[in-house]
Design a protein around this ligand. Structure first.
Ligand code: ADP
Ligand code: MG
Length: 318
């Protein structure tokens, strides 16, 4: 099974199959029901939060709940005005247009989006020089769902045009436990409750991480000829993957260690830290830092990143 098939099989299609994010789901269920009752498109919706928590999944669930087509794209591949106009003018009425990484759309594309979101129209310039003129096109009603790990990078006018703004938080262990048990069954392998309990505490509050660890654990189980995932196989696999007692990966620990050893515990600016670790600053900020900050190992101050006392204790005991 390739990576894509694996994750597609595990992707929940309804709110019922999506544990956790209770507040967000409660809101979205009401808003989708209201939209159905009014027979009007759902308000534009911005989902923000760290990677792997279920933003893309929710966009699919919303489309399913409204029984509307889903059109997905990403801010990373929309480069020109013509890219977004091409998408907008071809939407079917009521489509859920999902733009992942929406903070990455260029400014001139954002400007097209404002008007499209507000009035379902696009204004484009056609022709060149003296014959250039403005052409206005009507769009069908649609709902934009934007997802981002960095809402502060959206311009204020774009942010203001989302009627619904929801923040996704890291999952608690109980919700992850449910997800792990369900997914083991979907993949045709039973998991003992102490095994899924352990894994739920080592997945950094993130379903995507729980799923990818589960996939590796299943490889271990297969090779060791186990019919069922028990706690010993989880422990063995986590050890082999260098996931520590706190669920931190080698890279997470390297970040904490670098601040401690090279920068005397900080504060250190993100650019110097990234350069020392040979990473892009945005990778540190988007992928690694959010969980380290959420868990209290790392602090973000006006002078840079600092290791907390808790972070120091993580380095001492593993
Ligand atoms: N609440 C949830 N219940 C079950 N699986 C989830 C949940 N949230 C996310 N997942 C799974 O985690 C993975 C990452 O989710 P995704 O929606 O791609 O995250 P994001 O878009 O926020 O980065 C997917 O495989 C998805 O099926
Ligand atoms: Mg996503």
């Amino acid at each position: 099974m390739n990576e894509k098939n694996f994750y597609d099989r595990l992707r929940p299609l309804t709110f019922e199959e999506y544990p956790g994010q209770d507040k967000v789901c409660e809101h979205l269920k009401i808003y989708t029901q209201a939209a159905l009752l009014r027979d009007k498109p759902l308000d534009h919706c911005l989902l923000h939060g760290p990677p792997g928590l279920g933003k893309t999944t929710l966009a699919g669930i919303i489309a399913q709940a409204l029984n509307m087509p889903l059109r997905s794209t990403s801010g990373a591949i929309i480069e020109k005005v013509s890219d977004i106009v091409g998408i907008l003018v071809n939407l079917e009425p009521g489509t859920i247009l999902f733009i992942d990484e929406i903070h990455r759309v260029p400014r001139n594309v954002e400007e097209i989006l404002y008007l499209a979101m507000e009035d379902y129209i696009v204004d484009v310039m056609v022709g060149q020089g003296l014959s250039a003129r403005n052409m206005r096109m009507d769009l069908v009603p649609f709902t934009l769902i934007g997802a981002t790990t960095q809402p502060s990078r959206l311009s204020a006018p774009l942010r203001d045009r989302f009627g619904i703004v929801e923040h996704l938080e890291y999952y608690n262990a109980q919700s992850l436990d449910l997800i792990i048990q369900r997914n083991s069954l979907l993949l045709g392998m039973e998991i003992s409750s102490d095994a899924s309990h352990l894994l739920s505490h080592r997945s950094r509050g993130t379903p995507r991480i729980a799923n990818s660890l589960l996939k590796r654990i299943m490889d271990f189980a297969l090779v060791k000829d186990k019919k069922r995932i028990d706690i010993s196989i989880v422990e063995e696999a986590l050890l082999a993957m260098e996931i520590d007692h706190y669920g931190l990966s080698k890279k997470d620990r390297m970040i904490l260690q670098t601040i401690e050893n090279r920068f005397k515990g900080g504060p250190v600016g993100i650019d110097s830290l990234a350069a020392t670790l040979n990473e892009e600053p945005s990778t540190l900020e988007d992928i690694y830092e959010p969980y380290l900050i959420f868990s209290g190992y790392l602090q973000r101050t006006s002078r840079g990143r600092m290791l907390s006392d808790l972070g120091k204790s993580v380095l001492e005991n593993r």
